[in-house]
Write a protein that binds this ligand. Structure first.
Ligand code: CA
Length: 239
């Protein structure tokens, strides 16, 4: 069995040490942090399998840490189990849809936390076994036929899904409208080129912040672009 690494972010030393002790007993590798800024650095550097994140932290709080994790492609997929003390905090987590995999309310039983961690990891590992197509923080789960952006599900129609899948399969390469019609719709007529544009527009609207990942190549077609992740130097040297 592979050993999973848990990053515990909790400023209350007693709770943190109890969690760390129990998780080590349970066979996990454990990283610990008492503040948000350091936790974020650790997460980037060590890429833990799961993060136990206390909401109320000195300095950078749990919500800010969670948001920062989700902004980066590298850390966006790490599941977060939130530790929270108060009722209204739960509403905030759920309301903001921060992509927390789950949460536990203090005071919690350590047993409960371990069970939740195992359940989240099981779900996560199952998801990882699926064939995926990625472009930055956009991920297509080919078997489940779902799309996520920073771990948040995006509802796509079947056509939009196929369109995005084709672009991601050919990431970095231009796809002409004819090619897209052919692979996505199964036919190619000049008169239908606008159909592609219409669906691209809808797809971009659903991708929101990540719409720029689908570039228009003037007079040719469209291209999925993940240059930001793959070749950062291109960003600075470009035009
Ligand atoms: Ca705290």
């Amino acid at each position: 069995m592979t050993q999973h690494t848990v990053l515990i972010v909790e400023d209350e030393k007693d709770i943190r040490e109890l969690l760390a002790y129990t998780l080590r007993q349970e066979g996990f590798a454990v990283l610990e942090s008492g503040n948000g800024t350091q936790a974020l650095e650790l997460a980037r550097k060590k890429l833990p399998d799961i993060i136990l994140l206390d909401l109320m932290l000195p300095g950078m709080d749990g919500l800010s840490v969670s948001k920062a994790l989700q902004r980066e492609a590298k850390t966006a997929a790490i599941p977060v189990l939130m530790l929270t003390a108060r009722g209204e905090e739960i509403d905030r987590i759920v309301g903001l849809e921060l992509g927390a995999a789950d949460y536990v309310v203090k005071p919690f039983s350590v047993r409960e936390v371990v069970l939740r961690i195992r359940a989240i990891l099981r779900r996560h590992v199952a998801a990882l076994d699926e064939p995926l197509l990625c472009c930055g923080v956009i991920v297509l789960h080919l078997q489940a036929h779902t799309a996520t952006v920073r771990g948040q599900k995006v509802d796509l129609t079947l056509t939009e899904f196929r369109l995005l899948a084709d672009l991601l399969r050919n990431k970095g390469r231009v796809r002409t409208r004819e090619q897209l019609l052919d692979t996505v719709w199964g036919y190619s007529f000049d008169g239908y080129a606008r159909t592609v544009d219409t669906h691209i527009r809808r797809l971009r609207a659903k991708l929101a912040d990540e719409a720029e990942r689908i570039e228009t190549v003037r007079g040719v077609g469209y291209r999925a672009n993940d240059a930001q992740d793959a070749e950062p130097e291109r960003q600075t040297q470009g035009r």
